[in-house]
Design a protein around this ligand. Sequence first.
Ligand code: F0G
Length: 481
Amino acid sequence: MSIRLSDGTEIPIEMHKIRIVQKVRLAPARERLQAMEEAGYNTFLLRTRDIFMDMLTDSGTNAMSDNQQASMLLADDAYAGSDSFYKLADAVKEILGYEYLLPAHQGRACEHLLAKAFIKPGTYIPMNYHFTTTKAHFNLLGATVLELFGPEALITESSNPFKGNMDLGRLKAAIDEHGVDKIPFVRMEATTNLIGGQPFSLANLREVKALVAPLKIPLVLDASLISENAYFIRQREPGYENATIRAIILEMMQLADICYLSGRKSCMVRGGLIATNRKDLYEAIRPWLPVYEGFYTYGGMSSKEIEAMAVGMREMTDLEVAGSSADAIKYFAERLISKGVPVVTPPGGLACHLDAMRFVPHLPQTEYPAGALGAAVYITSGIRGMERGTVSMDRDEAGNDVPSDMELLRLAVPRRVFTMSHFLYATDRIKWLLEHRDLIGGLEFYEEPPILRFFGGRMKPKNNWGAKLAAAFEKDFGPDC
Ligand code: F0G
Protein backbone atom coordinates (compact mmCIF):
# COMPACT_ATOMS: atom_id res chain seq x y z
CA MET A 1 0.00 0.00 0.00
CA SER A 2 1.13 3.55 -0.71
CA ILE A 3 0.14 6.50 1.43
CA ARG A 4 0.23 10.24 0.63
CA LEU A 5 2.01 12.49 3.14
CA SER A 6 0.78 16.03 3.83
CA ASP A 7 3.55 17.47 1.59
CA GLY A 8 2.19 15.42 -1.31
CA THR A 9 4.89 12.74 -1.50
CA GLU A 10 3.72 9.17 -1.79
CA ILE A 11 5.51 6.51 0.23
CA PRO A 12 5.12 2.74 0.40
CA ILE A 13 3.77 2.01 3.86
CA GLU A 14 4.47 -1.30 5.59
CA MET A 15 1.20 -2.96 6.59
CA HIS A 16 2.96 -5.30 8.99
CA LYS A 17 5.33 -5.07 11.91
CA ILE A 18 8.77 -6.65 11.89
CA ARG A 19 9.19 -9.19 14.68
CA ILE A 20 12.00 -11.42 13.44
CA VAL A 21 15.12 -9.96 11.90
CA GLN A 22 18.39 -11.19 10.42
CA LYS A 23 21.58 -9.28 11.07
CA VAL A 24 23.52 -7.94 8.09
CA ARG A 25 26.98 -6.40 7.78
CA LEU A 26 28.24 -3.52 5.65
CA ALA A 27 31.77 -4.55 4.70
CA PRO A 28 34.00 -1.58 3.71
CA ALA A 29 34.75 -0.95 0.03
CA ARG A 30 38.21 -2.53 0.17
CA GLU A 31 36.73 -5.81 1.46
CA ARG A 32 33.95 -5.63 -1.09
CA LEU A 33 36.49 -5.33 -3.86
CA GLN A 34 38.30 -8.41 -2.59
CA ALA A 35 35.02 -10.36 -2.33
CA MET A 36 34.10 -9.37 -5.91
CA GLU A 37 37.52 -10.41 -7.20
CA GLU A 38 37.13 -13.79 -5.47
CA ALA A 39 33.63 -14.16 -6.94
CA GLY A 40 34.94 -13.68 -10.50
CA TYR A 41 32.85 -10.51 -10.92
CA ASN A 42 29.76 -12.73 -10.74
CA THR A 43 27.34 -11.64 -8.00
CA PHE A 44 25.98 -15.21 -7.76
CA LEU A 45 29.33 -16.29 -6.35
CA LEU A 46 29.43 -13.81 -3.46
CA ARG A 47 28.87 -14.95 0.12
CA THR A 48 26.03 -13.39 2.11
CA ARG A 49 28.43 -12.42 4.90
CA ASP A 50 29.85 -9.86 2.46
CA ILE A 51 26.45 -8.50 1.35
CA PHE A 52 24.59 -5.57 2.89
CA MET A 53 21.39 -5.52 0.79
CA ASP A 54 20.74 -8.76 -1.05
CA MET A 55 18.79 -7.73 -4.15
CA LEU A 56 19.88 -10.74 -6.20
CA THR A 57 16.38 -12.16 -6.33
CA ASP A 58 12.95 -12.25 -4.74
CA SER A 59 13.02 -16.04 -5.12
CA GLY A 60 12.68 -17.81 -1.77
CA THR A 61 13.94 -14.72 0.06
CA ASN A 62 10.64 -13.08 1.02
CA ALA A 63 9.65 -12.49 4.64
CA MET A 64 7.12 -15.13 5.62
CA SER A 65 4.13 -14.25 7.77
CA ASP A 66 3.56 -15.45 11.32
CA ASN A 67 0.74 -17.64 10.03
CA GLN A 68 3.00 -19.24 7.45
CA GLN A 69 5.64 -19.97 10.09
CA ALA A 70 3.02 -21.37 12.45
CA SER A 71 1.60 -23.66 9.78
CA MET A 72 4.99 -25.32 9.35
CA LEU A 73 4.67 -26.89 12.79
CA LEU A 74 1.61 -28.78 11.57
CA ALA A 75 3.41 -30.46 8.67
CA ASP A 76 2.56 -34.09 8.01
CA ASP A 77 5.76 -35.70 6.76
CA ALA A 78 4.12 -38.91 5.52
CA TYR A 79 5.76 -40.06 2.30
CA ALA A 80 2.37 -40.74 0.70
CA GLY A 81 -1.09 -39.29 1.35
CA SER A 82 0.18 -36.42 3.53
CA ASP A 83 -2.48 -34.14 5.00
CA SER A 84 -0.27 -31.18 4.07
CA PHE A 85 -0.76 -32.03 0.38
CA TYR A 86 -4.54 -32.01 0.76
CA LYS A 87 -4.40 -28.61 2.47
CA LEU A 88 -2.44 -27.26 -0.50
CA ALA A 89 -4.88 -28.92 -2.92
CA ASP A 90 -7.74 -27.10 -1.12
CA ALA A 91 -5.93 -23.76 -1.47
CA VAL A 92 -5.22 -24.42 -5.16
CA LYS A 93 -8.89 -25.16 -5.72
CA GLU A 94 -10.03 -22.09 -3.79
CA ILE A 95 -7.53 -19.54 -5.14
CA LEU A 96 -6.58 -20.89 -8.57
CA GLY A 97 -9.81 -22.77 -9.28
CA TYR A 98 -8.03 -25.98 -10.34
CA GLU A 99 -8.96 -29.56 -9.49
CA TYR A 100 -5.69 -31.37 -10.24
CA LEU A 101 -2.44 -30.57 -8.46
CA LEU A 102 1.10 -31.77 -9.11
CA PRO A 103 3.62 -30.45 -6.54
CA ALA A 104 7.26 -29.98 -7.58
CA HIS A 105 10.38 -28.82 -5.80
CA GLN A 106 10.48 -25.47 -7.64
CA GLY A 107 9.40 -23.68 -10.83
CA ARG A 108 12.03 -25.10 -13.18
CA ALA A 109 11.04 -28.61 -12.13
CA CYS A 110 7.54 -27.81 -13.43
CA GLU A 111 9.12 -26.64 -16.69
CA HIS A 112 11.06 -29.88 -16.89
CA LEU A 113 7.87 -31.94 -16.38
CA LEU A 114 5.93 -29.89 -18.94
CA ALA A 115 8.74 -30.29 -21.45
CA LYS A 116 8.98 -34.02 -20.79
CA ALA A 117 5.22 -34.50 -21.24
CA PHE A 118 4.54 -32.27 -24.24
CA ILE A 119 7.67 -31.23 -26.15
CA LYS A 120 9.06 -33.15 -29.14
CA PRO A 121 12.10 -32.19 -31.24
CA GLY A 122 11.22 -29.68 -33.95
CA THR A 123 8.32 -28.06 -32.07
CA TYR A 124 7.83 -24.36 -31.32
CA ILE A 125 6.69 -22.73 -28.10
CA PRO A 126 5.27 -19.22 -28.54
CA MET A 127 5.49 -17.04 -25.43
CA ASN A 128 5.36 -13.39 -24.43
CA TYR A 129 9.01 -13.62 -23.30
CA HIS A 130 11.35 -16.40 -22.20
CA PHE A 131 12.72 -17.05 -18.76
CA THR A 132 16.23 -18.54 -18.52
CA THR A 133 15.25 -21.92 -17.03
CA THR A 134 12.14 -22.17 -19.22
CA LYS A 135 14.16 -21.75 -22.37
CA ALA A 136 16.86 -24.16 -21.21
CA HIS A 137 14.34 -26.95 -20.52
CA PHE A 138 12.39 -26.42 -23.73
CA ASN A 139 15.54 -26.19 -25.86
CA LEU A 140 17.04 -29.29 -24.25
CA LEU A 141 14.10 -31.34 -25.53
CA GLY A 142 14.37 -29.90 -29.01
CA ALA A 143 11.85 -27.05 -29.09
CA THR A 144 12.44 -23.53 -30.36
CA VAL A 145 11.17 -20.67 -28.21
CA LEU A 146 9.32 -17.90 -30.08
CA GLU A 147 9.11 -14.59 -28.25
CA LEU A 148 6.08 -12.75 -29.56
CA PHE A 149 6.13 -9.54 -27.55
CA GLY A 150 4.66 -6.26 -28.72
CA PRO A 151 6.56 -3.32 -30.25
CA GLU A 152 7.17 -1.50 -26.94
CA ALA A 153 8.27 -4.46 -24.82
CA LEU A 154 11.97 -3.78 -25.27
CA ILE A 155 11.83 -0.01 -24.91
CA THR A 156 13.16 0.58 -21.42
CA GLU A 157 11.75 4.09 -21.00
CA SER A 158 8.03 3.75 -21.66
CA SER A 159 4.62 4.50 -20.24
CA ASN A 160 2.97 1.42 -21.77
CA PRO A 161 1.16 -0.22 -18.83
CA PHE A 162 1.26 -3.74 -20.32
CA LYS A 163 4.64 -4.37 -21.93
CA GLY A 164 4.17 -8.07 -21.10
CA ASN A 165 1.33 -8.43 -23.63
CA MET A 166 1.64 -10.94 -26.45
CA ASP A 167 1.39 -9.56 -29.99
CA LEU A 168 -1.67 -11.28 -31.47
CA GLY A 169 -0.62 -10.66 -35.06
CA ARG A 170 2.77 -12.29 -34.44
CA LEU A 171 1.09 -15.23 -32.66
CA LYS A 172 -1.28 -15.78 -35.56
CA ALA A 173 1.60 -15.56 -38.06
CA ALA A 174 3.66 -18.06 -36.02
CA ILE A 175 0.79 -20.55 -35.95
CA ASP A 176 0.26 -20.12 -39.71
CA GLU A 177 3.95 -20.55 -40.40
CA HIS A 178 4.68 -23.59 -38.20
CA GLY A 179 1.27 -25.26 -38.07
CA VAL A 180 -0.89 -26.25 -35.13
CA ASP A 181 0.71 -29.72 -34.90
CA LYS A 182 4.12 -28.22 -34.22
CA ILE A 183 2.89 -26.07 -31.32
CA PRO A 184 2.35 -28.18 -28.17
CA PHE A 185 1.29 -25.13 -26.15
CA VAL A 186 1.49 -21.37 -25.86
CA ARG A 187 3.06 -19.92 -22.70
CA MET A 188 2.21 -16.63 -21.03
CA GLU A 189 4.44 -15.42 -18.18
CA ALA A 190 2.86 -13.24 -15.53
CA THR A 191 5.06 -10.14 -15.24
CA THR A 192 7.74 -11.08 -17.78
CA ASN A 193 10.78 -11.42 -15.56
CA LEU A 194 13.62 -10.68 -17.98
CA ILE A 195 12.23 -7.50 -19.50
CA GLY A 196 11.59 -5.79 -16.21
CA GLY A 197 8.70 -7.58 -14.49
CA GLN A 198 6.17 -6.17 -16.95
CA PRO A 199 2.57 -7.44 -16.73
CA PHE A 200 0.09 -8.51 -19.40
CA SER A 201 -3.52 -7.34 -19.36
CA LEU A 202 -6.53 -9.55 -18.91
CA ALA A 203 -7.81 -8.29 -22.27
CA ASN A 204 -4.63 -9.62 -23.89
CA LEU A 205 -4.85 -12.98 -22.14
CA ARG A 206 -8.46 -13.25 -23.27
CA GLU A 207 -7.44 -12.55 -26.87
CA VAL A 208 -4.66 -15.14 -26.76
CA LYS A 209 -7.11 -17.69 -25.41
CA ALA A 210 -9.69 -16.85 -28.09
CA LEU A 211 -7.07 -17.43 -30.77
CA VAL A 212 -5.64 -20.74 -29.50
CA ALA A 213 -8.73 -22.41 -28.00
CA PRO A 214 -10.50 -23.22 -31.32
CA LEU A 215 -7.18 -24.70 -32.54
CA LYS A 216 -7.00 -26.86 -29.41
CA ILE A 217 -3.58 -25.46 -28.48
CA PRO A 218 -3.35 -25.45 -24.67
CA LEU A 219 -2.56 -22.15 -22.95
CA VAL A 220 0.06 -22.50 -20.20
CA LEU A 221 0.36 -19.75 -17.63
CA ASP A 222 3.61 -19.22 -15.71
CA ALA A 223 2.03 -17.87 -12.54
CA SER A 224 5.18 -17.41 -10.44
CA LEU A 225 4.41 -13.69 -10.04
CA ILE A 226 0.66 -13.94 -10.37
CA SER A 227 -0.35 -11.67 -7.48
CA GLU A 228 1.88 -8.86 -8.83
CA ASN A 229 0.38 -9.19 -12.32
CA ALA A 230 -3.09 -9.08 -10.73
CA TYR A 231 -2.09 -6.00 -8.71
CA PHE A 232 -1.02 -4.19 -11.90
CA ILE A 233 -4.25 -5.18 -13.66
CA ARG A 234 -6.18 -3.65 -10.77
CA GLN A 235 -4.10 -0.45 -11.00
CA ARG A 236 -3.78 -0.14 -14.77
CA GLU A 237 -6.60 -1.94 -16.63
CA PRO A 238 -9.86 -0.04 -17.03
CA GLY A 239 -12.77 -1.84 -15.39
CA TYR A 240 -10.71 -3.59 -12.70
CA GLU A 241 -10.21 -0.64 -10.29
CA ASN A 242 -12.52 -2.17 -7.72
CA ALA A 243 -11.93 -5.85 -8.41
CA THR A 244 -10.32 -7.96 -5.70
CA ILE A 245 -6.93 -9.58 -6.33
CA ARG A 246 -8.63 -12.91 -5.72
CA ALA A 247 -11.22 -12.28 -8.47
CA ILE A 248 -8.55 -11.12 -10.94
CA ILE A 249 -6.36 -14.18 -10.27
CA LEU A 250 -9.33 -16.47 -10.75
CA GLU A 251 -10.25 -14.79 -14.02
CA MET A 252 -6.70 -15.28 -15.31
CA MET A 253 -6.72 -18.92 -14.24
CA GLN A 254 -10.02 -19.62 -15.97
CA LEU A 255 -8.41 -18.61 -19.26
CA ALA A 256 -5.48 -21.00 -18.89
CA ASP A 257 -5.44 -24.75 -19.45
CA ILE A 258 -2.44 -25.34 -17.21
CA CYS A 259 -0.83 -23.10 -14.65
CA TYR A 260 2.58 -23.70 -13.15
CA LEU A 261 4.49 -21.62 -10.71
CA SER A 262 7.58 -21.14 -8.69
CA GLY A 263 6.21 -20.95 -5.15
CA ARG A 264 9.31 -18.99 -4.20
CA LYS A 265 7.83 -15.66 -5.37
CA SER A 266 4.17 -14.60 -4.92
CA CYS A 267 3.50 -17.57 -2.58
CA MET A 268 6.53 -16.65 -0.45
CA VAL A 269 7.88 -20.14 0.24
CA ARG A 270 10.26 -22.54 -1.49
CA GLY A 271 8.49 -24.93 -3.82
CA GLY A 272 6.47 -25.16 -7.01
CA LEU A 273 3.40 -26.70 -8.56
CA ILE A 274 1.48 -27.47 -11.72
CA ALA A 275 -2.33 -27.30 -11.68
CA THR A 276 -5.06 -27.86 -14.24
CA ASN A 277 -8.70 -28.80 -14.70
CA ARG A 278 -7.89 -30.91 -17.77
CA LYS A 279 -7.69 -34.56 -16.76
CA ASP A 280 -5.95 -35.48 -20.04
CA LEU A 281 -3.16 -32.95 -19.49
CA TYR A 282 -2.83 -33.92 -15.83
CA GLU A 283 -2.50 -37.58 -16.76
CA ALA A 284 0.14 -36.81 -19.38
CA ILE A 285 2.37 -35.16 -16.77
CA ARG A 286 1.60 -37.28 -13.70
CA PRO A 287 3.71 -40.38 -14.51
CA TRP A 288 6.88 -38.26 -14.64
CA LEU A 289 6.36 -36.72 -11.20
CA PRO A 290 7.70 -39.62 -9.09
CA VAL A 291 10.50 -40.19 -11.62
CA TYR A 292 11.98 -36.71 -11.37
CA GLU A 293 10.56 -35.04 -8.27
CA GLY A 294 9.04 -37.28 -5.63
CA PHE A 295 5.78 -39.04 -4.81
CA TYR A 296 2.55 -37.44 -6.06
CA THR A 297 1.76 -35.89 -2.67
CA TYR A 298 5.02 -34.06 -2.06
CA GLY A 299 6.86 -33.77 -5.39
CA GLY A 300 10.24 -32.99 -3.84
CA MET A 301 8.96 -30.23 -1.55
CA SER A 302 9.35 -30.39 2.21
CA SER A 303 5.98 -30.86 3.95
CA LYS A 304 6.69 -27.72 5.96
CA GLU A 305 6.93 -25.67 2.80
CA ILE A 306 3.76 -27.30 1.45
CA GLU A 307 1.87 -26.15 4.56
CA ALA A 308 3.30 -22.64 4.30
CA MET A 309 2.51 -22.52 0.59
CA ALA A 310 -1.18 -23.17 1.24
CA VAL A 311 -1.20 -20.21 3.64
CA GLY A 312 0.96 -18.03 1.35
CA MET A 313 -1.32 -18.69 -1.61
CA ARG A 314 -4.30 -17.29 0.29
CA GLU A 315 -2.28 -14.40 1.74
CA MET A 316 -0.98 -13.29 -1.68
CA THR A 317 -4.58 -12.37 -2.58
CA ASP A 318 -4.57 -9.73 0.18
CA LEU A 319 -4.23 -6.37 -1.60
CA GLU A 320 -1.60 -5.20 0.88
CA VAL A 321 0.50 -8.31 0.35
CA ALA A 322 0.06 -8.37 -3.44
CA GLY A 323 1.31 -4.78 -3.64
CA SER A 324 4.04 -4.99 -1.00
CA SER A 325 6.98 -5.24 -3.37
CA ALA A 326 5.37 -3.42 -6.34
CA ASP A 327 4.82 -0.27 -4.25
CA ALA A 328 8.36 -0.37 -2.87
CA ILE A 329 9.77 -0.87 -6.39
CA LYS A 330 7.80 2.15 -7.63
CA TYR A 331 9.14 4.28 -4.78
CA PHE A 332 12.72 3.12 -5.38
CA ALA A 333 12.44 3.65 -9.16
CA GLU A 334 11.06 7.17 -8.70
CA ARG A 335 13.90 8.09 -6.32
CA LEU A 336 16.46 6.80 -8.83
CA ILE A 337 14.79 8.62 -11.75
CA SER A 338 14.87 11.88 -9.74
CA LYS A 339 18.69 11.50 -9.60
CA GLY A 340 18.93 10.86 -13.34
CA VAL A 341 19.52 7.10 -13.04
CA PRO A 342 18.15 5.21 -16.07
CA VAL A 343 15.66 2.55 -14.96
CA VAL A 344 13.00 0.49 -16.72
CA THR A 345 9.61 2.18 -16.74
CA PRO A 346 6.86 1.70 -15.89
CA PRO A 347 8.25 0.11 -12.72
CA GLY A 348 7.29 -3.58 -12.72
CA GLY A 349 7.01 -6.45 -10.26
CA LEU A 350 9.88 -8.29 -8.56
CA ALA A 351 12.63 -5.67 -9.04
CA CYS A 352 13.81 -2.25 -10.01
CA HIS A 353 15.86 -2.65 -13.19
CA LEU A 354 18.78 -0.36 -14.07
CA ASP A 355 19.25 0.05 -17.82
CA ALA A 356 22.94 -0.65 -18.34
CA MET A 357 22.92 0.43 -22.00
CA ARG A 358 22.10 3.96 -20.79
CA PHE A 359 24.06 3.80 -17.51
CA VAL A 360 27.36 2.69 -19.11
CA PRO A 361 26.85 3.55 -22.80
CA HIS A 362 30.62 3.38 -23.38
CA LEU A 363 30.59 -0.42 -22.92
CA PRO A 364 29.65 -2.58 -25.93
CA GLN A 365 27.56 -5.71 -25.35
CA THR A 366 30.65 -7.83 -26.02
CA GLU A 367 32.03 -6.46 -22.73
CA TYR A 368 28.88 -7.31 -20.74
CA PRO A 369 27.66 -3.90 -19.56
CA ALA A 370 24.99 -5.26 -17.19
CA GLY A 371 27.47 -7.66 -15.58
CA ALA A 372 29.99 -4.85 -15.16
CA LEU A 373 27.35 -2.57 -13.67
CA GLY A 374 26.33 -5.32 -11.23
CA ALA A 375 29.93 -5.67 -10.03
CA ALA A 376 30.32 -1.88 -9.78
CA VAL A 377 27.11 -1.46 -7.76
CA TYR A 378 28.33 -4.12 -5.34
CA ILE A 379 31.78 -2.55 -4.94
CA THR A 380 30.28 0.89 -4.23
CA SER A 381 27.42 -0.16 -1.96
CA GLY A 382 27.49 -3.77 -0.79
CA ILE A 383 24.24 -4.24 -2.73
CA ARG A 384 24.02 -7.45 -4.72
CA GLY A 385 21.94 -7.34 -7.90
CA MET A 386 21.63 -9.80 -10.79
CA GLU A 387 22.85 -9.42 -14.35
CA ARG A 388 20.01 -9.80 -16.85
CA GLY A 389 21.76 -9.25 -20.15
CA THR A 390 24.23 -11.01 -22.43
CA VAL A 391 25.91 -12.94 -19.60
CA SER A 392 22.48 -14.50 -18.98
CA MET A 393 22.34 -15.67 -22.62
CA ASP A 394 24.30 -18.80 -23.50
CA ARG A 395 26.48 -18.96 -26.61
CA ASP A 396 25.03 -20.22 -29.89
CA GLU A 397 26.12 -23.52 -31.45
CA ALA A 398 29.04 -21.85 -33.21
CA GLY A 399 30.30 -20.60 -29.84
CA ASN A 400 29.43 -16.95 -30.39
CA ASP A 401 27.94 -14.67 -27.75
CA VAL A 402 24.24 -13.98 -28.31
CA PRO A 403 23.63 -10.29 -27.54
CA SER A 404 20.67 -9.93 -25.20
CA ASP A 405 17.67 -7.78 -26.18
CA MET A 406 18.31 -5.72 -23.08
CA GLU A 407 21.19 -5.15 -20.68
CA LEU A 408 19.59 -4.85 -17.27
CA LEU A 409 20.87 -4.92 -13.73
CA ARG A 410 18.03 -6.30 -11.67
CA LEU A 411 17.76 -5.03 -8.12
CA ALA A 412 15.15 -7.38 -6.72
CA VAL A 413 12.83 -6.32 -3.93
CA PRO A 414 11.83 -9.39 -1.91
CA ARG A 415 8.46 -8.94 -0.26
CA ARG A 416 8.52 -7.20 3.15
CA VAL A 417 12.32 -7.40 3.61
CA PHE A 418 13.67 -3.86 3.11
CA THR A 419 12.64 -0.55 4.68
CA MET A 420 12.67 2.94 3.25
CA SER A 421 16.11 3.82 4.60
CA HIS A 422 17.52 0.93 2.57
CA PHE A 423 16.09 2.43 -0.61
CA LEU A 424 17.45 5.88 0.30
CA TYR A 425 20.92 4.41 0.90
CA ALA A 426 20.78 2.45 -2.37
CA THR A 427 19.68 5.55 -4.31
CA ASP A 428 22.53 7.61 -2.85
CA ARG A 429 25.27 5.10 -3.71
CA ILE A 430 23.90 4.43 -7.21
CA LYS A 431 23.78 8.18 -7.84
CA TRP A 432 27.46 8.41 -6.84
CA LEU A 433 28.24 5.56 -9.20
CA LEU A 434 26.39 7.30 -12.05
CA GLU A 435 28.59 10.35 -11.50
CA HIS A 436 31.67 8.09 -11.69
CA ARG A 437 30.47 5.75 -14.40
CA ASP A 438 33.52 6.43 -16.58
CA LEU A 439 35.47 4.30 -14.11
CA ILE A 440 33.38 1.22 -14.97
CA GLY A 441 35.06 -0.99 -17.57
CA GLY A 442 34.21 -4.19 -19.38
CA LEU A 443 34.43 -7.83 -18.35
CA GLU A 444 35.74 -10.98 -20.01
CA PHE A 445 35.11 -14.63 -19.10
CA TYR A 446 37.91 -16.84 -17.85
CA GLU A 447 35.68 -19.70 -16.67
CA GLU A 448 32.46 -20.44 -18.49
CA PRO A 449 29.95 -23.28 -17.92
CA PRO A 450 28.36 -24.65 -21.12
CA ILE A 451 24.76 -23.94 -20.02
CA LEU A 452 23.18 -21.22 -17.86
CA ARG A 453 26.66 -19.72 -17.63
CA PHE A 454 25.49 -16.77 -15.56
CA PHE A 455 25.14 -18.96 -12.48
CA GLY A 456 28.73 -20.18 -12.22
CA GLY A 457 30.86 -18.30 -14.77
CA ARG A 458 33.84 -16.22 -13.68
CA MET A 459 35.03 -13.01 -15.30
CA LYS A 460 37.82 -10.48 -14.90
CA PRO A 461 37.69 -6.70 -15.26
CA LYS A 462 39.53 -5.16 -18.20
CA ASN A 463 42.40 -2.90 -17.06
CA ASN A 464 41.77 -3.60 -13.38
CA TRP A 465 38.90 -1.08 -13.21
CA GLY A 466 37.40 -2.62 -10.03
CA ALA A 467 40.38 -1.51 -7.92
CA LYS A 468 40.27 2.01 -9.40
CA LEU A 469 36.56 2.29 -8.61
CA ALA A 470 37.04 1.10 -5.01
CA ALA A 471 39.88 3.62 -4.55
CA ALA A 472 37.72 6.50 -5.86
CA PHE A 473 34.89 5.46 -3.56
CA GLU A 474 37.21 5.28 -0.53
CA LYS A 475 38.57 8.73 -1.34
CA ASP A 476 35.05 10.22 -1.17
CA PHE A 477 33.55 8.21 1.71
CA GLY A 478 36.54 7.14 3.82
CA PRO A 479 37.88 3.66 4.63
CA ASP A 480 34.92 2.47 6.76
CA CYS A 481 32.05 2.83 4.25
N1 F0G B 1 9.37 -18.71 -14.15
C1 F0G B 1 9.61 -17.46 -13.76
C2 F0G B 1 8.80 -16.34 -14.31
C3 F0G B 1 10.62 -17.21 -12.82
O1 F0G B 1 10.86 -15.96 -12.44
C4 F0G B 1 11.38 -18.29 -12.31
C5 F0G B 1 12.46 -18.08 -11.36
C6 F0G B 1 11.08 -19.58 -12.76
C7 F0G B 1 10.06 -19.75 -13.67
C8 F0G B 1 11.83 -20.77 -12.25
O2 F0G B 1 11.45 -21.02 -10.94
O3 F0G B 1 13.54 -20.63 -9.59
O4 F0G B 1 11.56 -21.83 -8.63
O5 F0G B 1 12.96 -22.89 -10.36
N2 F0G B 1 13.00 -16.97 -11.14
C9 F0G B 1 14.07 -16.74 -10.20
C10 F0G B 1 14.54 -15.33 -10.27
C11 F0G B 1 15.20 -17.71 -10.31
O6 F0G B 1 15.52 -15.00 -9.58
O7 F0G B 1 13.95 -14.50 -10.97
P1 F0G B 1 12.45 -21.62 -9.82
